[in-house]
Write a protein that binds this ligand. Sequence first.
Ligand code: GAL
Length: 793
Amino acid sequence: MKQTLILAFLALAAIAQGQNRKERNLEKWQFTRDGNNWQQVDVPHDWAITGPFDPKWDIQHLAIQQDGQTEAIDHTGRSGALPWIGKGEYRTTFNIPADTKYTELYFDGAMSEPVVYVNGYEAGKWMYGYNAFRLDISAFVKPGQNEVRVVLNNQEESSRWYPGAGLYRPVTLITAGEAHIDPWSTVFKTLSLSGNNAKLYVETQASTAKGKGETRLVARLLDAKGKAVAQKNLTTNTQGAASAQFDVANAKAWSPEQPHLYTLEINLYQGNKLVDRLRQRVGIRTIAVSKEHGFQLNGVSRKLKGVCLHHDLGPLGAAVNKAAIIRQIRLMKDMGVDAIRTSHNMPSQMQMEVCDSMGMMVMAESFDAWKEAKVKNGYNLFYDTWWRKDLENLIRGHRNHPAIVMWSIGNEIPEQWNKEGAARAKAMTEYCHELDDTRPVTCGGDNPKANTECGFFAALDVPGFNYRVHLYDELISKQPQGFILGSETASTVSSRGVYKFPVVEKKMATYKDGQCSSYDVECCGWANLPDADFTIQDDRSFTIGQFIWTGIDYLGEPTPYYSYWPSRSSYFGAVDLAGLPKDRFYLYRSVWNDKQPTLHILPHWTWPGREGEVTPVYCYTSYPEAELFVNGKSQGRRKKDKSSRLDRYRLRWNDVVYQPGEIKVVAYDANGKPAEEKVVRTAGQPHHLVVQADKNKLAADGKDLIYLTVSMVDKDGNLCPDADDELTFDVSGAAKFKAVCNGDATSLEMFHLPHMRLFHGQLVVTVQSNKAKGKVKVNVKAPSRNIATNWTN
Ligand code: GAL
């Protein structure tokens, strides 16, 4: 027994010794904007998120043609009114052991135009700030200490939204032996899935060391418990690619509902020695699109319930953080979302890993423009030279994520009108197929007639309609694919807690306070209310789903407040910039979340001065019917009405007269039985603060986050919807204050400072763990009212 243990230990030790691959994130850097003043920063880092907000940083004088503007005007806040434009430089050092044969730097994205110097030599560069790139720096490094410098440059008018600035995604140092496996040549595919029987394909490539014996590649597939469910030797073809097919019985398929993951392990032996080992998380699943069955995952047709998301994380800016991404995906899943579109650029590895493990399908997008410009210094500057390299890195770097179900080669490309555009779409689609023959390719087009006529849509696997639901019926017969995806829908706007009277449908409505109404009846000129998208998805079998603009508010693009200052972030989200659900969240939830019932009423019921005035009440619910009571008096029962545009998915009482007290809805199930109730009461004076945490435990890794929602309530716990007190925050113990956000698009208070006003009674504080374990204490004060509360975990 003892002997066996010793042998096993020796074998493990041999494996450990045999593996030369080491990966580590370079986290500690020095940073400067002027070349003189250096500061210590942690990467991922966004140099612009600490502001201050000022329209002078990024004012854009132009006409937004896509939005129908014909004359140039000053656009303020379009890219966030934060100081992201200009140069920035980072430097750090790292050590290389003497026997290292291969050294690589992996950038998951650097904003933007990064030029990388290693020990003073230019080691490489990339242009597009959203893409990952790898640099083989073996020729520039020496044993012992080495220095890496990254110089970045963000050109003015290079973005339509806030792009972030700097090393906003991880930088990884990879060292390996002379013989090593190439992760980006590694492919994992599900060839077929019938019942539980999966046919899988694995391919990879490795470089070998001369004179060290014959090489052998062995692939293993490990289940969630680490048990090998398959093992094969790979056979190398004449081009150097090594591959094998596997049959796996009892396969557990990946889906948003059950995101089963496996680990693909590739072992490289030279002679008898294990010299490299690569592990990737993978999933077994199939995807198909067809006229007969629409979009299918694992052979089952489903319509995508999707959201478009920009990459920023609200008050954290563009700097990626796993806990922040998890929170976003959790919120979206609760809304019933099963897919996100990474509009309009390449996602981070971190986001895709979270989508893999939490179960969220992804349309991974690449560009917002090709050769023709949308903004003066956008991707148009690089298109000709770079589009192939950019698509290659996107697809090679991400193709083994089970979450990704579709590639998108662009969004509302200016040349979508013409033959040149169609030819580009064809070449790019073909190139995607070359790199990955398992996923369909799409592109969002906002002029579907022109997109159809010039052959642009026909060049794609999936015609992506941005808006224009009124053209679906007319154009479906002209789509050779036989189906339509709503690649971008809605663009309905609202501000949490804001209600405008009288309640009327409006396009591009603006108000003195820079806010939009939460009755969800306001949208952009080119857009529509959510109801129209639900209707076309429900009524037309040729639709394969939609991606709403947007799931969550983002920095920049404060449409319809193009020139209104201060306004510096979007109104499109179903969730605000702080991560707090707006009313619209519940409208989508009531239709999309088929696991849990939804019952939500709006507006709030604290309207001093509105006594006796008509104050419509809406109910967003998954139940078919409900009755509204105002101070106990029935306002009648409402049933969802398929024949009415706005009463099919909402229950509305349009003539309710406001009196303080309470509104109550009683929801009835399909059998007409009372199923659930909801009450909203008129709030009294602000009395105390309530703090609600999204979780209690923090990993002591210096990265993990807890989000604390702070609400001002009256003595009975009713939210005070007009409270706008300035709060202060003090974090002690095993965490530090990280950020605060109230979701107000017109606020100029900075996210990283420990004070902020409540917006409609609420805000969200983010605290970040230290590296030591322990209790966390957060003290929240409203000094003007002498109100304070403590939160501890
Ligand atoms: C679309 C565009 C999005 C965003 C949206 C706002 O046309 O693709 O990026 O600008 O409009 O409504």
